[in-house]
Design a binder for this molecule. Structure first.
Ligand SMILES: Nc1ncnc2c1ncn2[C@@H]1O[C@H](COP(=O)(O)OP(=O)(O)OP(=O)(O)O)[C@@H](O)[C@H]1O
Length: 370
């Protein structure tokens, strides 16, 4: 098992700098997801760790040893590709055993390791089949067993679940996580599926445009996004992001005023998660609007409300549709759950906006609502 560091690692294709200097540390035994939109550099980062690409500059270390120039075969890294890349003419047993050809492993030891890896991913009865005789999920397990048979220090997974159907993906998520914890192997998974990242990983590296937008626990990224990119990228349905102007203790959103604590000045963006917004009676609320769409989604109802500050989405748990399209509703939230971002898009820690009390503050006056 290994601790990984990247120290100012970059990667270019010709003139195109696709990875800006990356700095990060992954602890021994951690399960880390690299999450981000298409083309942001996730696979490139993984392939640099695997040794399939060489960095343009910077250093990659495994347990303190600089491996930047070490050949992929000598890094003791197991990798599972999105395509599985199994050899069609070899049996499952031969596919799993394949990486051992390059290792000084005796025949009896090779047999033991193949059977152990197959048992771990629950494909022991399939060892004599060929890949074409397996389902997608079974092929994925073979690819995982093949990556594990080397007893690698690091496991790299490049969108390993993306070819599976939704039900199988959910069960494989849990299984992969359990295998990772059982082996205690330092693991990186590349995914553009945030549910996958949030459910499996100890920490998430959220990338954007060749840079790290934020590294943190799933809860950090969800509740304390560092910037507008992460705030907008994490969460389905996405966070409401509403442009406003802060002036002392007041936050002006369109034609409405909210109370800001502590005071702040300048352009800001208010971030509110749809599930943190409660729909209330208009008279009691600071922000009001007209409900323009109501979408029952099974366990919750998704409302879109047209307000003076723009369209705002609210998610109410429970099956009951409590508001009709065309009706007016107030929007309320727990002030502590509101987030504010400065004009550079960075979150301002400790700054919140919410409903104030008309009796105690001028900012509490509802300027425009009904
Ligand atoms: N062989 C290559 N030659 C030139 N450019 C490349 C090459 N491989 C990747 N790139 C570019 O590097 C950038 C990062 O690509 P990368 O595959 O790492 O993105 P990604 O985040 O994994 O995307 P996806 O989710 O679509 O797989 C992209 O702009 C891509 O076009």
């Amino acid at each position: 098992m290994a601790k990984i560091t990247l120290d100012n690692v970059t990667k270019s294709w010709g003139e195109n700098l696709v990875l800006k200097p990356l700095n990060l540390t992954i602890e021994d035994g951690e399960f880390v997801a690299i999450l981000g939109p298409s083309g942001c550099g996730k696979s490139t980062t993984l392939f640099l760790l695997a040794g399939l690409y060489a960095p343009a500059s910077g250093a990659i270390t495994f347990d303190g040893h600089n491996v930047s120039k070490v050949d992929a075969r000598d890094r003791n890294v197991g990798i599972v590709f999105q395509s599985y890349a199994l050899y069609p003419n070899l049996t499952v047993r031969e596919n799993i055993a394949f990486p051992l050809r390059f290792k000084p492993v005796g025949k009896a030891e090779a047999v033991r390791r193949v059977e152990e890896a197959a048992a771990l991913v629950q494909i022991s009865p399939l060892l004599d089949r060929r890949p074409s005789q397996l389902s997608g999920g079974q092929q994925q397990r073979v690819a995982l067993a093949r990556a594990l048979v080397k007893e690698p220090n690091i496991l790299l997974l490049d969108e390993p679940l993306s070819n599976l159907d939704a039900t199988l993906r959910i069960s494989m998520r849990a299984e992969l996580k359990a295998i990772q914890k059982r082996l205690g192997i330092t693991t990186l998974i590349v995914t553009h599926d945030q549910i996958e990242a949030i459910t499996m990983a100890d920490r998430i590296i959220c990338m954007n445009n060749g840079e790290i937008a934020q590294i943190g626990t799933p809860d950090d990224l969800y509740r304390r996004p560092s910037n507008l990119f992460v705030a907008g990228f994490i969460g389905t349905p996405p966070m409401n992001l509403i442009a406003g102007q802060a002036s002392g203790e007041e936050l002006r959103l369109g034609a409405s005023l909210l109370q800001l604590t502590p005071p702040w000045n300048g352009p800001v963006t208010l971030g509110l998660r749809p599930e943190d917004i409660a729909l209330t009676a208009p008279a009691e609320a600071m922000l009001c609007g007209e409900i323009v769409s109501v979408e029952p989604m099974g366990r919750e109802v998704f409302y879109t409300v047209s307000t003076p500050a723009g369209l705002i989405h609210a998610l109410e748990y429970g099956e009951a549709v409590r508001h009709a399209p065309g009706s007016r509703a107030g929007l309320d939230w727990n002030t502590a759950l509101s987030l504010l971002f400065d004009e550079d898009g960075n979150r301002i820690p400790g700054l919140h906006a919410g409903v104030s009390h008309p009796a105690s503050s001028r900012a509490g006056q509802r300027l425009q609502a009904n």
